[in-house]
Every structure is written in structure tokens, then in C-alpha cells.
Write a protein that binds this ligand. Sequence first.
Ligand code: CA
Length: 342
Amino acid sequence: MQTRIVVSIVIIGFLIGFLSAASYGQEAARPRVIVSTDIGGSDPDDFQSMVHYLMYADRFDTEGLVSSPPGKGRKEHIFEVINEYEKDYPNMVSHSQKFPLPDMMRTLAKQGAEEPAPSVGYSSATEGSDWIIRCADSSDSRPLWILVWGSITDVAQAVHDAPRIKAKIRVYYIGSWNTSQDPNARNYLYNNHADLWLIESNSTFRGMYVGGAQSDDLGNLSFVEQHVRHHGALGDYFYGKKADIKMGDTPSVLYLLNGNSDQPTEPHWGGMFRATEHGDQYWTDRTDEQYREEKYDGARTVNVWRENYLRDWQTRMDWAKSPADGTGILGSVAGCIKQISE
Ligand SMILES: [Ca+2]
């Protein structure tokens, strides 16, 4: 009997130690993130992706929200979404204390370039490109993820001005139309900085809204109608911008939410990519038939997870709608922000 009790204590002790280590690991794994977005430009889906991102803001150490080309989007459009986030913040933070304060998020909005790069691929430093360098130069040892939802103009400028930051940054770039709006910045990076850690998604991201489980409430229209609209200020704001799921930039966020972000060739909610002869720091869409959806290479490596990432987001939409029993008051403080304010 005594032996059984001792064994039980040892097992319980082991489990407590394991769970503590697991939660520590989760904490240590919070990615540092800068989003570079053309929000407010010609396409409403960046507004959708920003709503989704803010609803997961407790999972990241956000260090910057940069307004980038193409189009007429400016950082005021980032503020617009943060204003909606502020309305839902009391509910959201009651579910997770790690949601950052709205005012903190406002300080992270930076204006990047307003025009695509000239033929050389870069021009002058901007508030956004300087901010990328400043955050990359922080003493925080974690890599700095830059999720590029518009043209890659500000990343190219930052890498040109301070090539040393390549050792610290990891770029997930939604290419395609964004590339066609500023091919010079993209080609400058591709041709002159082959050692840049870069995922270039030219078609994989289409899996966000093409194919996958779309029956019943999982459809692009039905999901928004049932699980997004009338779910907090952010839900109504999302619906007002566009009544169905496009969110073509969101796979960059999903990539960090589920899967081993160190290994682009492994499965993630945000896609699975292939290495190429361009170098060992560059990955792009898989071209295998089995991962193609319609004409989009690699799109199935995203849409295969559709039910998982939509159900997960659904839970968060419910958070926006109503508070948890307890309430939290603390926002998170990101690495370079903490360093700057000290
Ligand atoms: Ca975009």
C-alpha cells in the first residue's frame, strides 16, 4: 500500500513538472511578430486578416504593424481596426490576460513606404523600415517574424539599409498580386539576398478560401453569417468590410499558430512548402498534383486544415461576444518595446 502511495506521488510530481515545462515552453515559443500590410488599399481582405490577427494577439508578441504599399492604405486604417479591438478588449482579456492593451497596439502602428520601389528595388528609409531594423536589432534572442500582406517594399528597404538584420528576421510573404505591384523590391531581395529566411507563397495562400471543408456552417458565407457577424465589435466590423471569408493574408498567421515554424517543409495550418535550388533559406509553393486545388499549387496544404482553424477561430469570436467568469487586466509587453521603454 505504502509503495503504491509513493509511486502515485512520484507520478503526480512528474506530471506537474511536465506540465510546468510544457507551459514554460509555450511561453518561450511566443513569436515576435511585425505585420506589414496594405490594409486600406484596394482589397478589403486585409481588414479581415487584421481582425483575425487581433483576435489571436495573445499568442504573439506583436512588435509592429506597418502600413505598406500598394495603394492608398495608411496607418490610419490600422488604427481603425484597433479602435474596434478596443471595444472588445474587456471581453477578450477576460479570457486571456495576454491580450495586449489597445494603446500599446496603437504605438506599434508605423507608416511605411507609400509607393512601390523604383527599379533598383529600394529608395529611402521610412518610419516602417526603420522600425523593422530597430526591432530586429533588439537584444531579444528570438527571431523576428515579418508577415508580409502587401508588397515587400519596406522589408527590402530595411534589408538594404541594414543587411545585418537578415540574421534575425524570418519573412513569410504573400506574393502573387503583391509581387506584381512591386516586382522591384521582391527581385532585389531574391537576387541580392539569397540568404534571407523567406517563405514566398504565390498560390498556397488561396487555400484560405478555395476548397477544403465548406459544407454547412463552414462555408465562406455561412461561417461569417453564423460565427462572425454579431460577435463583438470586431465581428460586425469584419462583416461590414466583406460578408464572406477571403482573408488571403491570414495563412501567414496560421503558419505560426499551428505547426513547427522552424521547418517550412512540414505541415502547418498556414501551409507546407518546398525547398528550391535558390538556397537553404528559401521556400515556396509545392507543385505536386496532390496539393493543388483547382489551379492553385500548394493550396491544399492550407485548406486540409480548414475545419480546424475555423473552429478554433470560432471560439475566439465567442470570446469577443461575452466575458469569461474572471477578469484580467494585464497586457503583454513585446521584446523591443520593453527594451525601448526601459
Ligand atoms: Ca493584402
